[in-house]
Design a protein around this ligand. Structure first.
Ligand code: SF4
Length: 359
């Protein structure tokens, strides 16, 4: 498997991106009212074509090796050439982890694509995260997708069969924590705990400039209760943690990350330096480049820079945005960026080691 250790240099030098989030398509077969990408005025649709495979190949060539490559959308599995896209990044960037978030509505398609990706990318951990925001009709109502829960569970069963055949496969569940389900988190956590094919349950605090802003009326005490339950489950030896090498470190980081999210939300301020734009990049389906998924100030469009992401990052607008990030002019609770901010900041290591030793 590709090793985490080859990214150790980024602890000292934050010179090149090691985490890329790629929104491969805006197409989606759901219409979740709290989707921060499709429903938000911060991410208006532009009418240009999605990046082609040829364009994606050039973009990937401009990057070095990646630690973490996350495919998002829309519904990423609706992009017909998702397997080919994965193969390009695998060949050129050797990502340690390739993550696919999905609503789980198209079970057969998701299973077939995942199996092809697993076959073609044996040295990467391939993680599929199914979204589950409530049980049965509560899930369907929250996501406005009739029958969505049973389709997602069908995906869970089909994907679960792959675990026996592919040791590089991780199957997880993600729950968007919002005012719409904060009173049902105990039953959701218990349910996921009972799914024998799932090792990890993550929760994402609802975010973004939403049209349906009431979903952000979160009681943070309820969020804290939920993360304490997840922490207990991680520390419970019978529940287990991820299967991949380095899983214990990831679990320790998850625990710290959730506590920092709680503090950020409560204090409404950034609690740690942020490496977005230096270690993390976001690429949209039409070539827009951003330091993170929250900021609306972009770096430019990679199509205007001959598909060279490093050139985009060196340009003046990108440098100005990066300076503003270093000056702490923004804060957020985004899980992915806190992950990098913890793993690549030696000041976090005493706390990280303490959690690690308790797992
Ligand atoms: S703190 Fe959040 S909003 Fe600000 S740059 Fe980092 S990830 Fe983006």
């Amino acid at each position: 498997m590709f090793s985490l250790l080859r990214h150790a240099g980024s602890i000292l030098w934050k010179r090149s991106p090691i985490q890329l989030t790629f929104f491969v398509t805006r197409n989606c077969n759901a219409r979740c009212p709290y989707c921060f990408y499709l429903q938000s005025a911060d991410h208006p649709k532009d009418d240009t074509e999605e990046l082609s495979l040829d364009e994606i190949g050039k973009i990937s060539r401009s990057l070095g090796r990646l630690l973490w490559l996350a495919f998002s959308g829309g519904e990423a599995f609706l992009r017909k050439d998702l397997v080919e896209i994965s193969k390009i990044f695998y060949a050129q960037n050797q990502p340690v982890i390739m993550l696919y978030s999905t609503n789980g509505l198209a079970a057969e398609l998701i299973r077939d694509c995942t199996e092809k990706i697993l076959k073609h990318c044996p040295e990467s951990v391939v993680a599929v995260k199914l979204s589950l925001d409530g049980l049965d009709s509560a899930h369907d109502e929250l996501r406005q997708t009739p029958g969505g829960f049973s389709k997602m569970m069908h995906s869970y069963r089909l994907l679960g069969e792959l675990l026996e055949h592919y040791p590089n496969f991780e199957l997880g569940i993600n729950t968007v924590f919002s005012s719409g389900n904060q009173d049902h988190m105990d039953e959701i956590i218990d349910f996921v705990q009972g799914l024998d094919r799932v090792k990890t349950h993550t929760i994402s605090l609802v975010r973004g400039n939403l049209d349906h802003a009431h979903f952000k009326d979160v009681d943070y005490r309820k969020y804290r209760r939920a993360i304490e339950r997840l922490e207990k489950n991680l520390k419970d030896k019978t529940s287990g943690i991820y299967r991949f090498k380095g899983a214990r470190l990831k679990a320790a980081q998850d625990i710290l990350q959730r506590r920092m999210i709680y503090r950020t939300a409560l204090e409404q301020t950034r609690v740690t330096p942020c490496y977005a734009g230096r270690l993390n990049l976001v690429l949209t389906e039409t070539g827009g480049v951003y330091p993170c998924e929250t900021l609306t100030e972009g770096f430019g469009n990679v199509r205007d820079f001959d598909y060279d992401l490093r050139r985009v990052m060196r340009d003046k607008p990108a440098q100005a945005v990066m300076r503003s990030i270093q000056d702490r002019r923004c804060h957020c609770t985004h899980e992915c960026y806190l992950m990098t901010n913890i793993l690549f900041d030696p000041r976090r290591y005493p706390a990280l080691i303490k959690e690690y030793l308790q797992l």
